[in-house]
Write a protein that binds this ligand. Structure first.
Ligand code: ADP
Ligand code: NA
Length: 327
């Protein structure tokens, strides 16, 4: 086992999709066995940087909690909690925001992508990376699993740790990135884009709660090309290669092994093999989510216990911060 503390967060978007599972959550599950201290947060404060319907948000939080548990997050191994219930996040975010300049935030990817959509964005969306820094530093976290798109945000976290330490005396470790090595799962309808919950085309995204019939249909309709043989070449054959990547990931085999299992099959027959592999992997997760969803009290209890444990870690750090700042 390694030393250090892992922190990561996921927005309460309801049930995750296959990209979230293979790109992030699967790794979260293995990290809880590798590090002595692990925190996973459902980051609802982050989610309100975009408009949210309150009833929907509440149910998305519980669905995400059920999904994380069903994917294998073990509350005995990892502290699973809801960000907004630990008010120290918001308070530390304010203090760190006062150590950040406006230009430092302007070029970060989150703001550049999401504010463009409506040509405006909330102050919360602009300072989103500062809240991320607070999430991580509040627990003096040392390791943060991130996708490549989040590396610049983690650099801000490292800067803020250094700026705070220089001004107020050494307190925060500079956390390092645990870069995910898995390939991005691509949209089934447009393999030049990643699979994403914000994709309006339902056929493009496999949810971890999709039924076997849904999965078979979506993969059968997945965009491929006019060559019927299965080969792996993401540049020239992104659609087929995406299926190979998905197959390899869900069956936990190498890409070479996946291609060799496809030998002699045309893409139509291969799609059947891939959908069966996806179904086999997702069925226990779907069934467990259904079971957990029907026990809302249990989900609320798990989150409440996580909140207590997170607060126990956060409170003394924030008390130290307040004292250093002069409050
Ligand atoms: P979305 O794009 O659906 O909004 P998020 O940006 O909220 O997903 O990502 C949540 C986590 O899932 C992140 O760690 C991100 O890197 C990972 N992730 C999201 N989409 C994919 C994908 N298509 N392939 C691999 N990982 C993904
Ligand atoms: Na995100």
């Amino acid at each position: 086992p390694r030393s250090g503390r892992v922190f990561s967060g996921i927005q309460p978007t309801g049930v995750p999709h296959l990209g979230n599972y293979l790109g992030a959550l699967e790794n979260w599950v293995s990290l809880q066995h590798q590090y002595p201290s692990v925190l996973y947060s459902i980051v609802d404060l982050h989610s309100i940087t975009q408009p949210q319907d309150p009833t929907q948000l509440k149910s998305n939080i519980l669905d995400m909690a059920a999904s994380l548990l069903a994917c294998g997050i073990n509350p005995e191994k990892a502290i699973l909690f809801q960000q907004s219930q630990v008010s120290e996040h918001a308070e530390l975010s304010w203090i760190l925001g006062c150590l950040t300049s406006m230009p430092r935030l302007r070029h970060l990817p989150q703001w550049k992508m999401k504010s463009k959509v409506k040509n405006e964005g909330s102050v919360g969306l602009y300072t989103y990376p500062v809240l991320q820094a607070a999430d991580i530093l509040l627990y003096k976290s040392t390791h943060v699993p991130v996708g490549e798109d989040q590396v610049q945000h983690l650099e801000l976290v490292q800067d803020l740790a250094r700026i705070f330490n220089n001004r107020y005396g050494e307190l925060f470790p500079e956390p390092c990135a645990l870069l995910s090595s898995t390939q991005k799962v691509k949209s089934l309808r447009d393999p030049s884009a990643k699979m994403s919950k914000s994709d309006p085309q339902t056929m493009a995204t496999v949810s971890v709660t999709d039924t076997p019939d849904d999965i078979t249909l979506k993969i059968r309709r997945a965009v491929t090309d006019f060559t019927s043989e299965v080969t792996f070449d993401p540049e020239t054959r992104p659609g087929v290669s995406n299926l190979v990547n998905i197959h390899a990931a869900v069956a936990m085999i190498s890409v070479q092994e996946a291609v060799s299992q496809a030998r002699g099959l045309d893409t139509g027959a291969y799609k059947k093999l891939v959908s069966d592999a996806v179904i086999q992997r997702l069925t226990p997760i779907r069934e467990e989510i259904e079971r957990l969803r029907s026990d809302r009290a249990h989900l609320e209890r798990v989150l409440a216990q996580g909140t207590c444990r997170a607060r126990e870690l956060a409170a003394p750090v924030l008390a130290e911060v307040r004292q250093r700042v002069g409050f």
